[in-house]
Design a protein around this ligand. Structure first.
Ligand code: AGP
Length: 614
């Protein structure tokens, strides 16, 4: 996924674009660039690597103007070099383009354009777009129409912004399919364009979201919205909330560490207003639009998501099946979208996504829509597509998550799924009043239990020092904490680059136990839950093979303390909520190992905060 920013107005565009890109750098940090209209001439500055390199380049050779576009890249086609960095300037030097997405038919378009005399200066798929615009831009055809005709050739999903020195009073932006959003910010005599809200919220809270297959012609005075067919469209200006403090690291070294420590607040916020503790502990999820009739007619729930969100989905399956007795299938979105799933009008497809812009998850939602299912989503990013295209949604209310490795947006959906399961159980009559009261009362414990886990960071850091030089690590879990093993391994993989694998503990003896020796640390997730006894024998089997055991155990569990080499303690937690506390030490363990290895924890190599390409 890439980050895009555009500005047109009376102020100097350069600092506005650089600041906006700074707020979007978590979306891709392979290279960055900007183009500004200076003295009716397009000036481009771009470089490989982090945004800081672009900022120093602009310092060395300044560029100023009132209209400009910028880009921070997550490379898909063409290495992360300055030559492949956006913006891409056309042969006339009068048109420049930034792009988010993949032009799936760029090879044939490139050959076509080369045959017409176009000279390509990069290895990117994006460059075909600027040559296509130049093909149509002529005395008779203006920029908007030329861009529209160019877009009609593109296969795949895209967010595109085009600027031309021929028509310096406008910027053209378009969104085709699910390649991350395109949002236009409405200011006083100035307008902003971005691929995500954080880039423009310090300037305006009035925004227009482009839907799929729409384009906007943006001038200082406002915007004209139309379909890619050219049909004019009316639009709604949304007012969105913004908390500038949330976008700062505060006293923490990294956003990930800050977001791990924000979980007491984020979980308090995700529960807030959703359990009426003064009135029968009723669960209120108004944006879900869940009626008793719908609840009763649900025959099956499909949970679909990617990465960390899919691990939350796996916990959701245990919660909904146990509490509401509805069959649940968890599907990785990139598989769900192509496997022709047996989904119909009595099915609910629940998508989970922090960013709400992950291409595979959105495509899975569209597939579900096509098959007539009811579409729900659990989303963190306000105004994102997964929130807008669903029939009902639950907002995670975790606040912006900037660290690429998701933490607070993992624990929040665990609690949202817990509340959803109770509501479904209530509406389907599978939950009696006493069980309802006990389950909702347990929710009140969550913020304090998580706070107590966070207070033990120093002890976790000690274990991190033991593992800092390992090159492998195995995570084992069972039942409701099997996904915790997957999540712990994913956190370690994505920020410390250590090969880590999460595994259903019961499967060990069917193969992976062959990996065990003194050099293989094994994190065994063994809180007091219905699978506890099984996990004890798992520890014994691992010890019998000479494995180094790091056990995650419930306070006071002396038997595990006697068995394991190291113990990460968590407070006693009701088992249906135990994945919320068991994951905290694993988040901190991965964080400290990566920090001790001196790695870029918030922007790990080869990753992006939300993957908007297939
Ligand atoms: C998690 O730490 C990763 N950033 C990644 O696996 C992520 O969970 C996945 O890409 C899904 O993102 P989403 O929740 O924004 O859809």
């Amino acid at each position: 996924m890439c980050g895009i920013v555009g500005y047109i107005g009376p102020r100097d565009a350069t600092p506005i674009i650089l600041n906006g890109l700074k707020r979007l750098e978590y979306r891709g940090y392979d290279s960055a660039g900007l183009a500004v209209l200076q003295n009716s001439h397009i000036e481009v500055r771009r470089d490989a690597g982090k945004l800081a390199r672009l900022a120093s380049l602009v310092e060395e050779s300044p560029v100023h103007g009132q209209v400009g576009i910028g880009h921070t890249r997550w490379a898909t086609h063409g290495e992360p070099t300055a030559r492949n960095a956006h913006p891409h300037l056309g042969m006339t030097g009068e048109v420049v383009v930034v792009h988010n997405g993949i032009v799936e038919n760029f090879l044939e378009l490139r050959d076509e354009l080369k045959a017409e005399g176009a000279i390509f200066k990069s290895d990117t798929d994006t460059e075909v777009i600027v040559h296509l615009v130049e093909r149509y831009l002529s005395s008779k055809i203006g920029l908007a129409e030329a861009a529209r005709l160019a877009f009609s050739h593109l296969k795949g999903a895209h967010g595109i912004v085009v600027l031309s020195s021929r028509e310096p009073d406008k910027i053209v932006a378009a969104r085709i399919g699910n390649a991350g959003g395109v949002v236009v910010g409405v200011g006083e005599g100035e307008m902003f364009i971005a691929s995500d809200l954080p880039a423009i919220l310090e300037h305006t809270r009035q925004v227009v979201f482009l839907e799929s297959h729409q384009m906007a012609v943006v001038t200082r005075q406002g915007l004209k919205l139309m379909t890619l067919g050219g049909k004019p469209l009316r639009y709604n200006v949304h007012s969105v909330a913004y908390d500038p403090v949330a976008a700062e690291k505060g006293e923490y070294r990294h956003f990930m560490q800050k977001e791990i420590h924000e979980q007491v607040r984020s979980l308090t916020d995700t529960i807030a207003g959703r359990v009426d503790f003064d009135n029968g502990h009723n669960i209120c999820l108004p944006e879900l639009n869940l009626t008793a009739e719908l609840a009763k007619n649900i025959q099956k729930i499909f949970i679909t998501a990617c990465g960390t969100a899919s691990h939350a989905g796996m916990v959701g399956k245990v919660l909904i099946e146990h509490i509401a007795r509805i069959p649940v299938e968890v599907d990785i979105a990139s598989e769900f979208r192509y496997r022709d799933p047996i989904v119909d009008k009595n099915s609910v497809v629940l998508a989970i996504s922090q960013s709400g812009e992950t291409a595979d998850t959105l495509a899975a939602m569209e597939e579900a829509r096509r098959k007539g299912a009811t579409l729900w989503s659990i989303v963190n990013a306000i105004g994102s597509q997964a929130m807008r295209i669903a029939d009902g949604y639950i907002s995670m209310q975790s606040g912006p998550e900037i660290g690429v490795a998701s933490t607070k947006a993992y624990t929040a959906p665990l609690v949202d799924l817990y509340m959803l399961a109770i509501l479904l159980g209530d509406l389907r009559g599978t939950l009696d009043a006493r069980a309802h009261r006990r389950l909702t009362a347990d929710l009140r414990l969550v913020p304090d239990l998580v706070g107590r886990c966070l207070d033990r960071e120093a002890a976790v850091e000690k274990v991190a020092r033991v593992l800092v030089n390992t090159s492998h690590c195995l995570y084992l879990g069972r039942g409701i904490n099997m996904p915790t093993a997957y999540e712990g391994a994913l956190k370690l993989k994505e920020i410390s680059y250590i090969h880590a694998e999460g595994y259903p503990a019961g499967e060990m003896k069917h193969g992976p136990i062959a990996l065990i020796d003194r050099s293989m640390p094994v994190v065994v997730i063994a809180p007091r839950d219905p699978w506890y006894e099984k996990m004890i024998s798992q520890i014994e089997q691992t010890k019998a093979r000479g494995g180094l055991v790091i056990a995650l155990a419930t306070d006071g569990d002396e038997s595990i303390a006697g068995l394991a080499d190291h113990v990460l303690w968590v407070p006693e937690t009701p088992w249906l909520l135990s994945p919320v506390t068991t994951v905290i030490p694993l988040q901190m363990l991965a964080y400290h190992i990566a920090a001790l290895r001196g790695l870029d924890v918030d922007q790990p190599r080869n990753l992006a905060k939300s993957v908007t390409v297939e």
